[in-house]
Design a protein. Structure first.
Length: 429
């Protein structure tokens, strides 16, 4: 019987996730080791502040003040980076670790989406693993699913709910009938939103995940051309209108190949109440992969938090313990390709348009004229009268996004407009 090799692990970053992971690995060491070809040992830990109070206990000789020294220690095999951020300490640590032939595990989506191509090349050259399951959708094993379970499929499109914070806010606004700002405050108190939630609510978090998934699905280099809109502009009136029209609002990420061009986009979207994606509420994530021969494949689960992220990190540890050196993006760096990007302007959507106007004669007829002039066909018109203004809701037939944007730009200049016209695209799939 072959003797099991011991892999020494260094954990860098001891926030909520790092602390939870450390305690989980200590408690479940035997369970994890019994399921893998080799075993692990937590050899070192490091973080910015040693004196910070944490819910962990450790021997003094585990702590390393200079985290960068770990990349050159001969008794370190795996470095788990939980610092965060695309640059600074995280970048220095991961680049140095791979160059010094250490396996790297990270939950850092910003780092992978920005430097993944360079990092994967170094990892392949030095025959070490770069694992990042926890970087996309937490406990939803979408990375491993694409690289392994769907290896024989040609993926045409991948989309879904990739951010639990934004999904919680939108579903809570609908359920509790409270404002965006009030819902965000609740999310912060519950730990579902960071103190600075900009990345989540502005769509940047989803953008990073979409770029990573695109590269995995289409065998391409990471492509930074992506259309991004967040959810700051969504208010209760939009939520109510969506419900009346038979929809829910979700912040969705999309990546698809159309006529050999890659289209990546993130934006609030109207989805039919009867659709699967509409039923995914709270902090859950859901990913839909459309491929051949499998068709549509759906996977759902907790998208963030210490427990979900730890689940993904342990899966990555196990991947290394099993002893196989894997290509970070599924295929070798030399076989990955550049894909021409398409612009959202050239895609076709039905859209919800909300126009708040001064309530006076001739406004509606002028609005419909502008839509017609810009080749945007109107499917449905509703008018909600209020004390000081009127809200005109328009559902369009499928039209070119550039045409609807031109229409809104023209409308915004009209003297009867009291608020910038709002558009939310409709997903018919």
């Amino acid at each position: 019987m072959t003797k099991k090799k011991i892999f020494n692990i260094a954990i860098v970053g001891l926030g909520n996730i790092g602390t939870y992971l450390y305690n989980f690995l200590k408690k479940n060491k035997n369970l994890i080791n019994n399921k893998n070809n080799n075993t692990f040992k937590i050899k070192y830990i490091s973080a910015k502040n040693k004196r910070k109070k944490r819910k962990i206990s450790f021997r003094k000789n585990l702590w390393i003040d200079n985290y960068m020294s770990l990349t050159k220690m001969k008794d370190v095999d795996i470095i788990i980076e939980l610092i965060g951020g695309s640059d600074g300490p995280a970048k220095k640590l991961v680049f140095s670790a791979l160059k010094n032939k250490k396996h790297v595990i990270t939950a850092n989506k910003a780092l992978i989406s920005k430097y993944g191509d360079k990092l994967s090349k170094i990892a392949e050259k030095n025959k070490v693993n770069l694992e990042y399951e926890a970087a996309v959708c937490g406990g939803v094993p979408i990375i491993r699913m694409i690289k392994e379970s769907l290896i024989g499929n040609k993926v045409n499109k991948i989309f879904g709910i990739f951010n639990g914070t934004s999904n919680y806010i939108l579903s809570s606004m609908e359920k509790n009938k409270i404002s965006f700002n009030d819902t965000l405050s609740v999310a912060k108190k519950l730990g579902y939103a960071e103190s600075n939630p900009k990345s989540d609510i502005d769509g940047d978090d989803v953008s990073s995940k979409v770029k990573i998934l695109s590269s995995l699905c289409f065998g391409s280099f990471v492509n930074s051309n992506i259309h991004v809109e967040g959810i700051r502009s969504i208010d209760n009136e939009d939520i109510i209108n969506a419900s009346k029209l038979g929809f829910k609002i979700k912040l969705l990420g999309f990546s698809e190949i159309i006529n050999n061009k890659l289209y990546q986009r993130v934006h609030p979207t109207f989805v039919k109440k009867s659709s699967y994606i509409a039923s995914v509420d709270g902090v859950l994530n859901a990913v839909i992969v459309d491929g051949s021969p499998i068709g549509k494949n759906i996977i759902q689960g907790e998208g963030a938090g210490a427990t979900a992220t730890t689940s993904a990190l342990v899966a990555d540890i196990s991947s290394i313990l099993r002893g196989n050196i894997k290509k970070p993006f599924g295929i070798s760096h030399s076989k990955r390709k550049k894909i021409t990007s398409g612009k959202i302007d050239n895609l076709y959507f039905s859209s919800y348009v909300r126009i708040n106007v001064k309530d006076k004669y001739g406004v509606l007829s002028d609005i419909t004229r502008i839509f017609s002039t810009n080749k945007v066909s109107i499917k449905r018109v509703l008018q909600n009268p209020y004390k000081k203004y009127s809200s005109i809701l328009i559902i369009t037939h499928s039209c070119k996004d550039a045409d609807i944007q031109k229409t809104l730009k023209t409308l915004a200049k009209k003297s009867y407009i009291i608020q910038k016209p709002k558009i939310i695209r409709i997903e018919n799939g």
